[in-house]
Design a protein around this ligand. Structure first.
Ligand SMILES: Nc1ncnc2c1ncn2[C@@H]1O[C@H](COP(=O)(O)OP(=O)(O)OP(=O)(O)O)[C@@H](O)[C@H]1O
Ligand SMILES: [Mg+2]
Length: 279
């Protein structure tokens, strides 16, 4: 069986719902699991039923978090409140609890702030898990490595027997791919970001961004040398380009697995590992 089959089925279901605001009322007594992903480029809100079937998914672009640190608390809360209201309108219930995630290595108040955002948005904060563990839940991974290429950083996490045994986070991410595009075409960063998202299959774009992707592969190589592991999975929005996986495979000379819609893996995993509120 394709090792990504289950993950891909859920990703497809979630992607089909994303920002569609489909009215799908559920019974008031039905238990749901809610995940909130406060990312650098967007805040994603996911609701699942008890069997992890996606019921609602939405996101807003927000400049409220930088590399896992909430830099604009008020905006984060406002965005989460709006996403919560949209979910409640679609599902016809009120959402009372949610879980969040933090990048590996986040400690102290920075860890608490994610729970505070969820509470300020009117929900009980159940768990704050680390992002690679959320991804591993979706991928059903016990042994192997996950590379999460987000907006600001490339994070590598190595798992052994279901535990994170090694993590690293380096400041090269999707933003750097956008900056290279903006420079090459002489357009604003905003325009380059839009073009980048609209032309995910453009090989011309990709050849401009390839050196940045190879740098991400090099970062991965260096860390895997310190903590060798396979299989290797790639997730994160910045990896959502058709030639991304192949570039990693030829650079690292090893097979690489990538689920469909890699930008939704962490938010789905946060919701999957959340409780249904009655724990
Ligand atoms: N649907 C998409 N299509 C193409 N690119 C995308 C898509 N969604 C996100 N991206 C790109 O992925 C990057 C953001 O990835 P992701 O959403 O995983 O990051 P994040 O979780 O917000 O950030 P971080 O994990 O660094 O805090 C951006 O550079 C963006 O251009
Ligand atoms: Mg992320």
């Amino acid at each position: 069986m394709d090792i990504l089959q289950t993950a891909n089925e859920r990703m497809e279901q979630l992607a089909a719902l994303m920002n569609k605001d489909i009215k799908q009322p559920i019974a008031a007594e039905e238990k749901v699991k809610v995940g909130v992903d406060l990312g650098t480029s967007s805040i994603v809100f996911v609701v699942l039923d008890e069997n992890n079937v996606p019921l609602f998914g939405a996101f807003e672009f927000a400049d409220a978090v930088r590399d896992g640190l909430v830099v604009n608390y008020r905006e984060s809360v406002e965005v989460v409140k709006r996403l919560k209201t949209r979910a409640e309108n679609c599902l016809g219930i009120s959402l009372t609890h949610a879980s969040g995630a933090i990048p590996p290595g986040t400690i102290g108040n920075n860890k608490k702030v994610v729970a505070n955002v969820i509470e300020s948005a009117g929900m009980e904060a159940l768990y704050t898990i680390d992002e690679p563990t959320a991804a591993a839940v979706v991928l059903d991974l016990k042994d192997g490595a996950v590379v999460d290429v987000g907006g600001g950083t490339t994070g590598i996490s190595v798992f052994k027997n279901g535990e994170v045994i090694y993590t690293a986070d380096e400041p090269t991410g999707g933003t750097h791919m956008t900056l290279v595009l903006a420079g090459y075409y002489g357009v604003s960063v905003e325009e380059a970001e839009q073009n980048k998202r609209e032309q995910k299959d453009s090989s011309e774009h990709f050849s401009v961004m390839r050196p940045v992707v190879e740098k991400m592969a090099e970062i991965t190589r260096v860390h895997l040398e310190k903590s060798p592991s396979e299989p290797l999975y790639i997730v994160g929005g910045a990896s959502a380009y058709s030639q991304f996986k192949n570039t990693f495979e030829s650079y690292l000379k090893m097979p690489v697995f990538q689920p469909n819609y890699p930008q939704y893996v962490t938010p789905l995993g946060i919701a999957m590992s959340s409780g249904s509120g009655n724990l």
